[in-house]
Write a protein that binds this ligand. Structure first.
Ligand code: ADP
Ligand code: MG
Length: 394
């Protein structure tokens, strides 16, 4: 990752003010944080900077405020964050920010109020970026999950102060680079999930980059139907027939082998534990739905990824939330995890439901890297440049 400065490139930071963009946008219910994953992701950077004697000023957004108000105040998360960090954390209101920041000592950590309380934050207004920049001596971006947005705190600010990638950002960029930037070949991609329409750009980008494209989930039905297969009552976007054929064509031209399921698990109703049967894709009845990839196809997919050095995964292979349609996803995830653990595969996965599926399979911590970045991860899978990342480049 030579094109980014990291915390290793910082000299003596004692007494210097670090403006650190983090993601503190945690889900809350009745005043309690229900998932502190995002807090924990900030700890390596915040702890390191504080230990090195910097004055750590955290910049973050919280929710989608139309106007500033107490419901969107980061003062709500200051105490919960302090507990996760295990050291005192101040809260700094924008009204009195200059005085409050001037009182902070080396090693202190403070959360600045919601960046989105400035209307210009989301418009990347230079005046807002300058207002942030006046508070700090250097800038650290540790919020990959917000890097797909060109906002004042994610993009504009990086252009006004010496800018560095934080530890979580650095780990994410390294993993993504290893998966699609400059991967060891052969590379396989698994793309699943409900609909082709939400992942057109992902598919178009991947066919040009990977050796094997494994298509599963509801979106496989659209590809099967485009090839003239009757998918019965399955979730299927029939209007995307031409698009699906174009993608298959592009894959052909790029020497990318596409795997579509040839056997599938079908049911007449979409409910927990209905009567099911395993069918060849050519034998789906008019009143049946394809809800998972079949066992013979999963076996073949496992064999395919055994020949690969790199795997990138977005989207479950079946309707995994509903038993028994989790089987293909769980089995392929466990194969990928075992290959990763044995050292033969680099495996990178991301996407809201994908993370849930890997947790359900019990293997999320056995992949090389699992991204919780959501929108930013998908835009990266689409091959798009992320403004917050571009701004960190030297
Ligand atoms: P991610 O959030 O990881 O990007 P998606 O949101 O694209 O994933 O897709 C996940 C959803 O796709 C899940 O809710 C799953 O139930 C659904 N799904 C997968 N396979 C099928 C199928 N064959 N029929 C209907 N829904 C499916
Ligand atoms: Mg989803």
């Amino acid at each position: 990752m030579a094109s980014f400065r990291t915390l290793d490139d910082l000299g003596d930071v004692r007494g210097k003010r670090a403006l650190v963009r983090v993601d503190l946008n945690v889900p809350m219910q009745d005043g309690h944080v229900t998932d502190d994953t995002r807090f924990r992701a900030t700890l390596p950077t915040v702890t390191e900077l504080a230990d090195r004697g910097a004055i750590v000023l955290l910049l973050a957004h919280f929710g989608r405020p139309k106007v500033p108000g107490p419901d969107f105040s980061l003062s709500r998360v200051t105490r919960p964050y302090e507990q996760v960090l295990g050291r005192p954390v101040r809260y700094v209101d924008w009204e009195v920010d200059q005085e409050n920041v001037a009182m902070l000592q080396p090693g202190d950590v403070a959360i600045l109020e919601n960046t989105r309380f400035f209307g210009g934050e989301e418009k990347n207004d230079p005046a807002v970026a300058e207002r942030f920049a006046r508070l700090g001596d250097f800038y650290v971006n540790d919020a990959f999950s917000a890097a797909h947005r060109a906002h004042a705190s994610t993009e504009g600010l990086a252009r006004l102060l010496p800018a560095y990638a934080g530890r979580a950002m650095e780990a994410e960029l390294k993993a993504l680079e290893a998966a699609l930037g400059n991967p060891e070949r052969p590379v396989a991609a698994v793309v699943g999930g409900a609909k082709v329409s939400t992942k057109l750009d992902v598919l178009r980008n991947l066919v040009a980059k990977v050796d094997y494209l494994i298509i599963g989930g509801g979106m496989a039905n659209t590809f099967l139907a485009a090839r003239g297969i009757d998918v019965g009552k399955s979730l299927c976007e029939h209007d995307l027939r031409d698009t699906a054929l174009e993608i298959l064509d592009a894959a052909d031209r790029a020497n990318c082998t596409v795997h579509l399921p040839y056997d599938v698990v079908v049911a007449k109703e979409f409910a927990p534990n209905p009567p099911t049967r395993i069918a060849n894709v050519h034998e789906v009845a008019a009143d049946e739905m394809i809800l998972d990839v079949g066992p013979a196809a999963v076996e073949a997919l496992a064999d395919a990824i055994k020949t690969c050095r790199t795997l990138v995964w977005n989207g479950p292979l079946g309707a995994f939330e509903t038993s028994p349609f989790d089987k293909a996803t769980v089995q392929l995830a466990q194969t990928a995890a075992a290959l990763t653990q044995s050292g033969s595969l680099v495996s990178v996965a991301g996407g809201g439901d994908t993370v849930a599926a890997l947790n359900h399979a019990g293997v999320a911590d056995q992949f090389t890297f699992v991204s919780t970045a959501g929108g930013a991860f998908l835009e990266w899978m689409e091959g798009k440049a992320l403004p917050g990342v571009e701004a960190l480049k030297r």
